[in-house]
Design a protein around this ligand. Structure first.
Ligand SMILES: [Zn+2]
Length: 333
């Protein structure tokens, strides 16, 4: 029994020892696994922190690429701006030549399209305002829009010139270019000046004098100053306004007016040629003495008729004329 017991006891002890050993080994294994997991976890956290810190202070390769691309984009934008500036300069040169060479050949004014120089409102560029590079993009778009406006204006202008050159002979016959009465008929060389800012002698306020006044006898012949169509004739009112008047349409934007007449010798719609007698001077309407009030209107704006006489005047004659010009005292208009 003892033997058996001992045997049993030994066997039991051995069994217990084995169980204990397994337990110890198992615990050790779990502990190792746990430590390993902890190491991995700590390692992972450390790497993450290092990564965040690194990307905070240094560029990651991807960031580096994006940054480099952005820098290249900025440079390309600046090159683009430069090219637009160059194109703008070229268009400006063409415009200058148009205004000072071509247009002066046809004695026509600089073309203006209303609103063409008005920059677009900021709202047009609102979609770009939130962009990081808006300070680069918005001015570039503005430059491009300005260029487009100039090109548009220039194309309209050149179309007009093309038409003028086709009709050059017709134009030179139509432009008002001679004196509307014989110069020898002028009284004491009296010419009342064109003055858009005239202070009226009776009304004491600024009322434009839209033409020139040529002092002469009643009944002096009045000439059409260029080929034209009679736009209207008007008997006018007594003691005020233009009195009896003729308005001619010369095309190419020119009209001429002859006022205070004593007789009208043409009908509306009639074609007249330069130098043709169209009426006789008088003292009708708001006029204080016989004279011819003569206007040249270009595209709706009265211009100084004297500038249209220089075709048959020398430079000295022109200067003398400008000196002699005085404030008109012929009209109560
Ligand atoms: Zn007048």
């Amino acid at each position: 029994m003892t033997q058996n017991g001992q045997t049993y006891s030994t066997a039991t002890r051995t069994h217990a020892a084995q169980a204990l050993t397994r337990e110890v080994v198992g615990a050790t294994f779990r502990l190792r696994t746990y430590r390993l997991l902890r190491k991995i976890l700590v390692g992972f956290i450390l790497v993450s922190i290092a990564n965040v810190l690194f990307s905070y202070f240094f560029y990651t390769p991807k960031m580096y690429r994006i940054n480099r691309d952005n820098r290249e984009l900025v440079i390309k934008y600046r090159i683009l701006q430069d090219r637009i500036r160059t194109a703008q300069r070229r268009v400006d040169e063409i415009r200058h030549r148009d205004n000072y060479v071509y247009r002066s050949l046809f004695s026509t004014d600089t073309l203006s399209v209303p609103g063409v120089w008005q920059p677009y409102p900021d709202t047009k560029y609102a979609s770009m305002a939130q962009d990081d590079y808006s300070s680069l993009m918005v001015p570039t778009w503005r430059q491009l829009d300005a260029l487009a406006r100039t090109i548009y204006l220039e194309s309209v202008s050149l179309d007009e010139l093309q038409l003028l050159s086709k009709n050059k002979e017709k134009l030179s016959a139509a432009v008002p270019a001679i004196w509307p009465i014989d110069r020898s008929a002028l009284h004491n060389n009296y010419i009342g000046a064109f003055n858009p800012r005239r202070m009226h002698p009776i009304y004491h306020r600024i009322i434009a004098h839209k033409g020139i006044d040529l002092g002469c006898d009643r009944g002096t012949e009045v000439y059409a100053t260029g080929d034209a169509t009679v736009l209207k004739t008007d008997m006018g009112q007594a003691r005020r306004g233009y009195g009896q008047q003729i308005l001619l349409d010369h095309e190419f934007g020119y009209q001429t007016r002859y006022a205070h007449l004593s007789r009208i010798l043409v009908q509306p719609g009639e074609k007249v040629v330069r130098g043709q007698v169209i009426g006789l001077t008088g003292n009708t309407g708001g006029s204080t003495a016989p004279h011819l009030h003569y206007e040249v209107i270009h595209k709706g704006t009265p211009v100084n008729p004297v500038h249209y006489f220089n075709r048959n005047m020398s430079a000295e004659e022109y200067d003398k004329l400008m000196e002699e010009m005085r404030e008109t005292n012929f009209e109560t208009l």
